[in-house]
Write a protein that binds this ligand. Structure first.
Ligand SMILES: Nc1nc2c(ncn2[C@@H]2O[C@H](COP(=O)(O)OP(=O)(O)OP(=O)(O)O)[C@@H](O)[C@H]2O)c(=O)[nH]1
Ligand SMILES: [Mg+2]
Length: 317
């Protein structure tokens, strides 16, 4: 089934697939790009597996994930009696896809009166930028989008969100700096339902408060306010991670995951890193899927995460 998905002709690919593949140029031109060369050998030898192992580890894939990938690939090659290295390469890519794919649907484009998406993450990870891009993405797909400025801790944060709101052509509901974020989300939901008649509300939150404890308390409160006003809100809580920080991003994410009820990830800055291999660990370590990726600094540099396009971009066709 997968083999049909790999090797799509260029003209069959969606904009998102092309954007995702191309943004991984930096990673592919580094260590992981060598994987294709390893499998150009005719035969499958012990040296080939050793070389693959070394390349994955050097390519930031991480020890545990590397071992898991290797043993799953080798087991299938043996079971299916695969003899050609080219065919084993396809098995490897399929196993990479398995590490990233999910059965859980993204709860955004479902029929409901108002969808609420909370965006969380440490400061500088790319939350506000991603929210602007996501607003543009869904607006282009016909949804009426509103943004909520619940990062009231940093004075400039509200203005930054308003700038992105202007770029995307969507309304931003905000209070003064220092206001209660619970009150902001309350008003943002009411405005989305009443005057704006929006389909999708995306809420920016603080990346830092005086203490991590306060930050988590604040997120909990924002979630509770949303849940009281809209059935099952927030429908998605997306954690923004800067992909260029590799393994560090994962330890940060663990702290958020415990209290903030994360349902998915937005990986930013994959265009600027050679460490894209680390992304293969993310779902294994955090237990939540990647949903979107930031592929640059502009409004349209945003793509839906597709595991097949990602693996193609990571290691090549
Ligand atoms: N190259 C690249 N840069 C990005 C991407 N996403 C965000 N950035 C840059 O990362 C920097 C931080 O982005 P912000 O959106 O302000 O981050 P934030 O998480 O809202 O930060 P705080 O509001 O301080 O908590 C900006 O300079 C963005 O241009 C991306 O996908 N690719
Ligand atoms: Mg911000």
């Amino acid at each position: 089934m997968f083999s049909r998905l790999f090797g799509k002709k260029q003209e069959e690919k969606t904009q998102d697939e092309i954007r995702l593949e191309e943004s991984l140029k930096k990673t592919r031109s580094g260590i992981l790009g060598r994987i294709g060369t390893i499998f150009q050998e005719n035969e499958i030898t012990e040296e080939l597996w050793d070389e693959l192992e070394e390349t994955l580890i050097m390519g930031d894939v991480g020890m545990a994930t590397t071992q898991e990938l290797l043993s799953a690939t080798r087991a299938r090659v043996q079971r299916e009696n695969i003899k050609a290295a080219r065919d084993a390469y396809l098995v490897l890519k399929q196993e990479m896809v398995k590490l990233l794919e999910t059965d859980e649907p993204l709860h955004i484009e479902e029929p409901r009166i108002l969808t609420v998406v909370l965006v969380v993450g440490v400061n500088g990870s790319g939350k506000t930028t991603s929210i602007g891009k996501m607003a543009h993405y869904y607006r282009q797909r016909g949804l009426k989008v509103v943004l909520g400025a619940a990062d009231t801790f940093r004075a400039a944060a509200i203005d930054q969100l308003k700038i992105w709101g202007d770029r995307a052509g969507v309304d931003v509901i905000a209070h003064e700096p220092g206001a209660d974020p619970g009150a902001v989300i309350f008003d943002a939901i009411r405005a989305s339902q009443e005057s704006r008649k929006a389909d999708l509300l995306i809420v920016d939150t603080a990346g830092r408060l005086q203490t991590k404890f306060n930050l988590m308390k604040e997120l909990e409160k924002v979630r509770a306010v949303a849940g009281k006003q809209v059935h099952k809100a927030p429908h998605e809580t997306l954690l923004v991670l800067d992909a260029s920080t590799g393994q560090n991003a994962i330890s940060q994410a663990k702290a958020f995951k415990e209290t903030a009820g994360i349902t998915g990830l937005i990986l930013t800055k994959i265009d600027g890193t050679s460490k894209g291999g680390a992304i293969l660990n993310v779902k294994r370590e955090l237990g939540v899927p990647v949903r979107f990726v930031g592929t640059g600094e502009k409004l349209e540099d945003f793509a839906y995460f597709d595991p097949v396009a990602f693996v193609t971009g990571l290691v090549g066709e």
